[in-house]
Ligand binder design. Structure first.
Ligand SMILES: [Zn+2]
Length: 310
């Protein structure tokens, strides 16, 4: 594992690294200049490297950017809110090298004080960049189909699939769908489904007994498995009903250890979000805490109470 930082001659360093690619190049940048980078991308694509490019869909890129070409895949990203950017500047080469930093891949960036960090063989980190890259591509594909519904309080609504605990001879579980409001956590019950062996079927439960030749192989396999889980979760919820799911979670205790040690008298729960649609990622939190016992109002506690016998 090595890393280095560059403050000068950044463009040359990037081009040198791009030319060193053998299998794949994944570029995700806010700005990219076609005059500089189109010939490089075409050349590496010609030698058989799979080239994918994600860029922000802004005027500058439309005017000076890399034109789309059958030789590589390109994805122009629009943001949910106008005025927001797809502001990343990273690149993954052969699943072995990550380039990341302040440097825009533009002609103007040379005159500014900028940096890139080049990290090699840090596979934990590379997997995170690969996940962001893959999420951005699916975000790009689904962008125009998204609609955000509004709650009675004016806040945004999202649809949450809740995977219940499995128990019994056939790993029986109950899956619930709720509509949740972002700001005030108003919730509405949408429906439920009864399943058997669901976690196994979705690939959430598996045995880790494989042997890998290298940490890179292990990372690529883990990455592939994670993407398959996301795909099977989406497929499953799509097959249930017409309700588009924006997040999938499960109710889990937050003080299991303290409770087991006898330090705390009760188990407290949250809704742990396992997957969020990227379009809603800025508004759906990573976990939703219990907001207390509900008396007359339907809120997050209603979801938790429905899953856990309190
Ligand atoms: Zn609301």
């Amino acid at each position: 594992m090595t890393s280095d930082v560059y403050f000068e001659d950044i463009e040359q360093e990037i081009i040198k690294l791009l030319h060193s690619s053998k299998v794949s190049v994944q570029i995700c940048v806010a700005w990219i200049n076609g005059k500089i980078f189109t010939p490089v991308l075409k050349e590496i694509a010609k030698k058989g490297v799979n080239v994918e490019l994600i860029y922000d869909n802004n005027h500058s890129n439309i005017r000076h950017g890399v034109p789309s070409s059958p030789e590589y895949s390109s994805y122009a990203i629009n943001t949910r809110l106008s005025g927001a950017f797809m502001h990343n500047k990273f690149c993954i080469i052969d699943d072995e090298i990550v380039i990341n930093g302040s440097y825009n891949w533009s002609a103007k960036a040379k005159d500014s004080f900028e940096n890139i960090v080049v990290i090699k063989n840090n596979f934990k980190l590379i997997k995170k960049f690969k996940t962001e890259f893959a999420d951005l591509i699916s975000y790009c594909h689904a962008f125009s189909t998204h609609k955000v519904a509004k709650c009675k309080c004016g806040s945004h609504l999202f649809n949450l699939g809740v995977l219940g605990q499995e128990s019994g001879l056939y790993d029986e579980s109950r899956v619930e769908i709720w509509s949740v409001c972002v700001k005030n956590q108003h919730v509405k019950y949408v429906g439920e489904y009864h399943e058997q062996y669901l976690r196994t079927q979705l690939g959430l439960q598996y045995d880790l007994d494989e042997y890998y030749d290298s940490p890179k192989d292990e990372m690529q396999d883990e990455f592939k498995r994670e993407r398959e889980v996301i795909a099977s979760l989406q497929q499953y919820f799509d097959s249930l009903s017409g309700t588009k799911i924006h997040a999938v979670g499960s109710v889990s205790p937050i003080n299991h250890n303290e409770y087991m040690q006898g330090w705390e008298p009760d188990l407290n729960y949250e809704i742990y979000i396992r997957w969020r649609d990227m379009y809603f990622r800025k508004i759906i939190p990573e976990s939703i805490p219990d907001d207390g016992y509900s008396f007359d109002e339907v809120n997050i506690n209603s979801i938790i109470s429905s899953q856990v016998e309190i």
